[in-house]
Design a protein around this ligand. Sequence first.
Ligand code: C5P
Length: 217
Amino acid sequence: MKKIIVALDMQDSKKALELVKALSPYVDIFKVGPILFLTSGPKIIEDIKRLGNDAFLDMKFHDIPATVKRSVESARQMGMHSLTLHSAGGELMMKEAASVPNHPKLWAVTVLTSELTDPIIVRQRAQLAQKCGMDGVISSPHEIEIIKKSCGRDFTVVTPGIRMESDSKNDQKRISTPKAAIKAGADFIVVGRPIIEANDPVEAAKRINGEVEEALG
Ligand code: C5P
């Protein structure tokens, strides 16, 4: 599976699907969050899948355990590849989510990459997420190594906060280049604005993919 996940953070589903088509040579998984889902609904997920790609639902669930469990069931029925929930939602919430048979990959947010934090907190949340049956975590590039060391290589780490040297940081605080993130052991890198707001998104994806391949050697 390709390492780049593109965040389709836009309201316009037509534009989103044009990007999905154009970026498919470099991307297998597309991330849909509230911005797009609230304007386009489940149809956008069907369309992404119809074009041969996987959909990653990034709603960062953080609610009572029963509600999160039923939300995971709904995501499974929609054929979602993966989804996020917030590790701060606690042990019971994550365990209920993991109890859903054949659930999509469950990736727990540790701490948002737009926030500064102590890596120890990220490590603790990752360990708790693993204990509760999560398939992996979302963390900044700065904590990949510490998580892999404490949770093992098979515990997936998905990393937003990716910027090329020349990119704007936007609101992200803990950032890294694609190459450094992959070298540190990221299983997937999530890239939004550096691709979707680029003058030429395909060229941007190609460049990032080049860095990923270089890092993989
Ligand atoms: O545009 P940019 O590349 O900063 O987008 C990063 C994406 O990753 C956004 O969709 C954001 O919601 C998401 N994300 C994040 N930090 C997390 C979890 C998700 O930036 N910890």
